[in-house]
Design a protein. Sequence first.
Lengths: 460, 145
Amino acid sequence: MKILTALIPYVLSGMIGYLLINTLFEKAERPPLAVRLLMAAGLGVGISAVLVFISFWIFDGWHRWIVILAHAALGSILWAFWFALKNQKLSKSLPREATGKKAIVYGVFVIALLPLWVQSQYYPLGGWDAWQVWNFKARFLFLAGNQWENIFLPVLWRSSPHYPLLLPCINVWGWSIMNHPTPLVPQLTSLLFTVLTCGLLLAILLKSTNSPWIIIGPGLLLTLPFYSLQAVSQYSDIVLSFYFLAGLFCISETLHPVQASKAKRLPPGTSAYAVLAGFFLSLAAFTKPEGLVAAGLIALLTSILWLTTSYSNSLKIKLLLLFATAMAIGAIPSFIFHTLYSPGNLTFINGLTSQNKPVSLYRLKMILAFLLIELKSAKWNGLWLLLGIGIIFCGKRCWRREIVILPLFMFSYLVIVLIYCWINTYFPIGWWLQVSLNRILFSLLPIAVFWIFSSLWIKK
Amino acid sequence: MKKAISLKINPTYFFLAMTLLVLGLNVQALSHKIYRMQKARQKIPFLFMGYKFSGLKDILADTQIMGYYTDKDLDEHNAALQFAQAQYILAPVILDLNNIDHEYILFDCSQPQIAQDKIREFGVIPLRKNQFDIILAKNPRAGQD
């Protein structure tokens, strides 16, 4: 009963996300139901967190009824759009994709989730950073009343006050119905995003390959002890991972090659995917500072790829405008956070200019050596090696236009993060690499699996 | 004949076989891990050090920030963990590490004697001590400057 009550806010968020996605896509161009449902849940929960943050900004504290009413208002508006403006009716029959072979694959997926649930029971309060950074902030926001801005005091530097507040706001929203900061909610949030990430991975792999063998991809993640432990540890990396995957999938859907004769208009669904990508990336930017860097990087890469398509200039501009507008709307909370509240990174020393802690060649060597050690570490059970072999087997299929953004992003993102680790000499490099590098790889892993598996099992 | 014996290995199937191998290793490792966790939890149920700091809400109701004095090295894992959990459980009260100028100060020392010596040295008044030797003290000089 307690779990069901705690799930109510997530269900409401999911409904908002579903209505928004269905409003964006024309009926004929909608992605498969599973893809829509999974993206909707992640998008909806993100929207809820944004509403919570905006309510803190406007009403100077946590006012749950205002946020619940805001959800009701937004839901009603989207409902009206969906039904009245588009004059569409709910389909009463089961969608075709929910039947047969795919239903069995999703059934196997649900069984594969059971160990995850068992593990989360052993770590009800999550891991180290969960209470140091994320759960502490959520609890603080929920209980502090109009003193909530104290969360940005420099004395709390251990809790990284410069980190954006998406995950804490999700948890605050999760407590809204129970009206009590129970540890159950952060636990459910991490479980939800793990299910969404692995579920979305499965759904988009099924969409792009149609092969039931593809279940092995998410299966590899869910059965890897290190992955499942990180996922249920209540860190923000699983949230970031979901938004990366969802955003990149949407972008890849806009990059399918088109014949020159058909390049006069955008293929079905392309505009909606561009808008969704903008939303997902802006939510990633509000999850963690790395998310902001990644969102900027993906936006840059996407713009370059779009500008080199065979579309007419007006279509290219339309696509860019849709994407930029969605990103700008989604970036409003990040903008408010960084301009009004964030105290700036208190744990940054620019090693390029610092006399006391300068960058060194040793630090760079250590980073590169550690990356290799990490990739072949026993905790990954040879998964990165397997994916490396997958690249060789894929050959040219790995570099198709529609998915080339995946390796481009992963490689550039890793390079940027490692350069940052090299330049910021505040923390000893050994400690930092030990704590951070595995989380960065963790957040990239679903993208890497999507890249290799969709290339190997591509629809013929 | 030559054509018949030349077996063409489909790279996808070869990759699939390797993937299944890794999946098998994963499943084995995961089942071992869950079994070990189950055993460990039977011996010691989940331990959250933050509970050492619970039961102070009545005194700290209107407090926004308080001191947290410790002689432990917070670069050491367990001490840092305990401090983080104390901060979590006492939120929205903010813990100011080793700052004794606030009205209330928590003493979390490695030995009870060290805490008592420090309380005497700082001239603060102990208010409450729990079974974990965590002492809440009041600074009579706070806010007088």
